[in-house]
Structures are given as C-alpha cells and as structure tokens.
Design a protein around this ligand. Structure first.
Ligand code: ZN
Length: 284
C-alpha cells in the first residue's frame, strides 16, 4: 500500500513511524529502541528510578496516531489498571502517514485505529486537533491549542514523546515530534497563566497550573521507568489496532510484538528485571 516510491521510507513525510527509517525492527538503528544500544553509555547504562505515584489524571500530548503505541502504551495500561485516568490529545490525525492512501481517506481511518488502540489500554477520551500531519509548525496557534487541551483535561501528569533533535542512537527525530513536544512543554506553562491566551478564558477554560510531572517517552535521557510486565500484552494489542497503517508499512504482528518485547526487555535490565517502559521525568 505504500506504493513504488514510498515503502517504509514514505513515512518520512508524516507518519509517526517516520521517526525511523524503516519498520519497527529498523528502529534499532535509529529509533527509540536504539537508545539502549547506541547511546554510547550516555543513557544506556544508568539505572532507572520508579515513576512517582502521587498523581491521578494523565494527559498524553503527541503528534500522530501510533506515537503512544510505539512504546508508552504499556505504562498507560498499568496506570489505568491502577485506577488513574489517562486521556490522549493528538495534534494531527496522521493523515499523511500512508503513502498509498490519500489524506482524505487516511485521516478518518487512522483516527478510528487510534481510538481502538487507546481503548486497548483503558483510555476512552481521545481528542484530535487539526494541525496538518507532516508539517506541524511550532508556534502560538499550536501552543494555544495544546494549552486549551491541558485546561480541559486538568492533568497532574503530562506524557510526551521525545522532542529532541535525535534519538540516542543517532537517528534524526522528525519535525512534527520536535514541534509538538516543545510546544507541549511550553503549553503546560501557558495553561497556568491567566494572561496568556486570554481568548481561552472567554471559552470558559480557566487556568490550570496543576501539572506536577512531565514524562517524556523515548527520550535519550531517560531517568524513570514503569514495570509493564503485566501489561505488555495489551501494549502489543494497542499497537496492532493500527492495522491498516502497519499493513501499509509491511509490518507483521510478529514484527510488532518482537519490537515491543525486545525494547521493554532492554529497558527492564536497567530497572527491576521485568519488561519496562522508560521516561525522562521532569518535575515541576
Ligand atoms: Zn509520530
């Protein structure tokens, strides 16, 4: 479905998988999975601390459908099992992520797949903003939209994916991830300031300065981890809900499961020996 010019590389124009140069397996040469083998020890050997427990409401802010499922959804399943509430806010609908499918067709399809993937880990609130997949710009409109989402959800914890220029293995990150991640970091502050984006007040969105933690998944500077030994199966299931997308990339169920299990096992070696999901924790 990727067409003759695209293949997995076609994701470089927009899909979340474009943070890699190939399928999940290829992430070992450049994607987040490589941070345990390619980080020259910077992030690969440090032991990880348990995530704080003193929060109740989480909000994940990411660029595309599947960003959460490529690594953090096992932690989300653990959290929702514990009775916490987690919601997702996506800047785009991932409409530019499938080379062989028009954005008009891919957007609604990927939206449905994302909602199913979220449901697999106990998330029933998924919001999509309409920033254009592949060309999301850092700027005040994005910050305003994300600040509004933070005010609507009033989270204690915000989850992001890596916003840095590269993954620890040296692979380049993509613009959408950089821009959304950075804008979300700024929007956490904006959400708490009454005098920033005053038009939000007129919409009834009162300031929210209750974010205590920001957890950045797939960061080259991971500091903390969540045991996902009991939820890894559901993490795999959540990614497999992106059926059409994975099919377009030529990824089999076995590829997906192998990638997620291998990575979780590597992270677990730096934590408590069980499969784990790592985060860079920013305390506010
Ligand atoms: Zn993405």
């Amino acid at each position: 479905m990727n067409g003759s010019t695209g293949g997995a590389g076609s994701r470089d124009t927009g899909g979340p998988g474009s943070r890699d140069t190939g399928g999940p397996g290829s992430r070992d040469t450049g994607g987040p999975g490589s941070r345990d083998t390619g980080g020259a020890g910077e992030a690969g050997t440090r032991s990880l601390d348990p995530m704080p427990q003193d929060w109740r409401r989480g909000l994940a802010v990411v660029a595309h459908p599947d960003d959460m499922e490529y690594g953090a959804s096992g932690a989300v399943a653990r959290w929702t099992d514990e009775g916490r509430t987690v919601s997702y806010l996506l800047a785009s609908r991932g409409e530019a992520g499938i080379d062989g499918m028009s954005p008009e067709e891919a957007g609604p399809l990927r939206e449905r797949e994302q909602i199913a993937g979220a449901a697999a880990v106990g998330v029933d609130r998924v919001e999509f903003l309409d920033h254009p997949d592949g060309v999301i710009e850092y700027g005040l409109p994005l910050r305003r939209d994300l600040a509004a989402g933070i005010r609507r959800n009033r989270p204690d914890l915000v989850v992001l994916i890596n916003h840095r220029d590269s993954w620890s293995g040296g692979g380049l990150n993509m613009a959408d991830h950089r821009h959304v991640g950075l804008a979300a970091l700024d929007a956490v502050r904006d959400a708490g300031n009454r005098w920033v984006f005053q038009d939000l007040l007129a919409q009834g969105l009162e300031p929210w300065d209750g974010v205590r933690y920001i957890a950045v998944a797939a960061s080259p500077h991971a500091t903390h981890a969540v045991d996902i030994g009991d939820t890894l199966d559901r993490a795999v299931a959540s990614l497999l809900e992106h059926r059409a997308y994975l099919e377009a990339l030529g990824q089999s169920e076995q590829d997906v499961e192998h990638f997620l299990r291998t990575h979780a096992t590597r992270v677990g070696r730096r934590f408590n020996g069980t499969p784990a999901c790592d985060f860079e924790l920013i305390t506010l």
